[in-house]
Design a protein around this ligand. Structure first.
Ligand code: SAM
Length: 281
């Protein structure tokens, strides 16, 4: 899957900000989606949901000023974190020493090869994600699903609703089908804007994704599946016959046991798997 160039975090010339006593600048960088968690109860709930066990290889995306990192280190002793903002690298490393062993990858999460990071095992991905990069990060993780045991992410509530949506409603779309085809998706709890500094304009939610075992997914041609789902929802108000016109014929839709007059939002994930496999056969 290719990444839109707009998904790359911009490198900007920034006005130097005064540092606090712990070395962190208090000014958040909006273009990096920085909304730092400060509500202890919420942080505790996230750590409980992750429930780290000895031997787990935990990888945090966007540790920021350590709101989740330090409690996780206190409980687990060691973790890997990936942070793009170079102003945060030194203060994070310094503050982490009091909590445990932090292995910091200094760079863009979209450039990180999770499969290589997992080695022979599997990683557990966690993070309060930069909301402007949510979808690219989710699709990047899907490419490495076999190397990931589970994921716990804080995201915009509306995005979590789309991820977990059942067929039939307005929010069910490409993101729902792509994620649910490869993962069990569970929305865990919502978090109000006041839990962050600065407060975002939207509610947030924590979601758990557990990748399905590769043998149980049932998709033969992954690129074909992605193309069919994209085409079907690209023009979601159109019937399948019209939306998929450039991708497959009406006979193929009928052969998959589907009504060519139906709309994409009426199809289950299993329907999409069948539809893509008819053409892949
Ligand atoms: N985990 C911290 C917390 O909960 O307070 C910070 C969360 S903040 C919503 C998102 C973090 O992701 C920021 O620290 C930001 O600098 C970082 N970030 C943004 N884009 C990134 C990228 N492409 N790769 C890695 N980290 C990124």
């Amino acid at each position: 899957m290719s990444r839109p160039s707009s998904a790359r975090p911009g490198r900007r010339r920034e006005t130097p900000q005064p540092k606090d006593t712990d070395g962190f600048r208090r000014e958040a960088k909006k273009h990096l989606g920085q909304n730092f968690l400060h509500e202890r109860g919420v942080i505790e709930k996230i750590v409980q949901a992750i429930d780290p066990k000895p031997g787990d290889a935990i990888v945090e995306i966007g540790p920021g000023q350590g709101a989740l990192t330090f409690p996780l280190l206190d409980r687990h002793g060691a973790l890997t974190a990936i942070e793009f903002d170079r102003d945060l690298h030194a203060p994070l490393q310094a503050a982490a020493r009091a909590h445990g062993e932090l292995r910091l990858i200094e760079g863009d999460v979209l450039e990180v090869d999770f499969t290589a990071l997992a080695g022979d095992g599997q990683i557990r991905l966690v993070g309060n994600l930069p909301y402007n990069l949510s979808s690219p990060i989710l699709f990047h993780a899907l490419e490495h699903a076999a190397a990931i045991r589970d994921m716990h992410f804080m995201l915009q509530k509306e995005v979590v609703e789309r991820m977990a949506a059942p067929p039939g409603g307005k929010v069910y779309g490409r993101l729902s089908v792509m994620l649910q085809a490869y993962c069990a998706v569970t929305s865990l709890f919502t978090v109000p804007p006041g839990a962050f500094r600065p407060a975002p304009k939207v509610d947030s939610a924590v979601v758990r994704l557990v990748p399905r075992a590769p043998g149980t997914i049932g998709i033969r041609d992954h690129a074909r599946f992605a193309a069919v789902v994209r085409a079907a929802f690209g023009q979601r108000r159109k019937t399948l016959r019209n939306a998929l016109g450039g991708t497959m014929g009406t006979e193929a839709i009928v052969a998959a046991g589907l009504d060519p007059g139906a709309r994409a939002e009426q199809l289950s994930v299993a329907d999409f798997v069948r539809l893509a496999d008819i053409e892949a056969a």
